[in-house]
Design a protein around this ligand. Structure first.
Ligand code: FES
Length: 137
């Protein structure tokens, strides 16, 4: 029996908000960010100038070609790398179309039931409180 290995597409988050599922449609991280309308500077797009330098809050990248621009340990050059793992970048989400996971019918039912249960508990507490106040009066 042979098993295929499954590799999950990395998720790119900005300010802890998931924004991009990097599925390999774009050649670089910069292209993926630009496709989502993330505001990021770029000039050479080849790892020379450092204009696209971005702080990585969590995760790792793989360089397609070794960058020339100098980097701190927590920085990357999106123009010449791709995500190796899920990434959290210190970039603004302003103007970016954010991912919203639609609730499935089961999740909606659970939320409604939970809400009803909470309301019933509040009503029961109020009733118990009014009974105890009446009894003490
Ligand atoms: S745009 Fe020049 S290093 Fe990325």
């Amino acid at each position: 029996m042979t098993y295929k290995t499954f590799t999950k597409a990395p998720i790119i988050s900005l300010k802890l908000q998931p924004v991009i599922l990097f599925d390999g449609q774009q050649a670089t991280l910069l292209e993926a960010l630009e496709d989502k309308k993330v505001k990021i500077f770029s000039e050479c797009r080849n790892g020379f100038c450092g204009a696209c330098k971005t702080q990585v809050l969590a995760g790792e990248v793989t360089y397609i070609k070794e960058p020339i621009a100098s980097l701190k340990q927590d920085e990357c050059l999106p123009c010449c790398c791709i995500p190796k793992t899920d990434l959290s970048l210190n970039l603004s989400t302003e103007g970016v179309e954010l991912i919203a996971r639609p609730l499935c019918a089961t999740a909606v039912k659970k939320k409604v039931l939970q809400s009803r249960t909470n309301q019933e508990a509040i009503q029961t507490n109020k009733s118990n409180l009014s009974i105890s106040q009446r009894d003490t009066a």
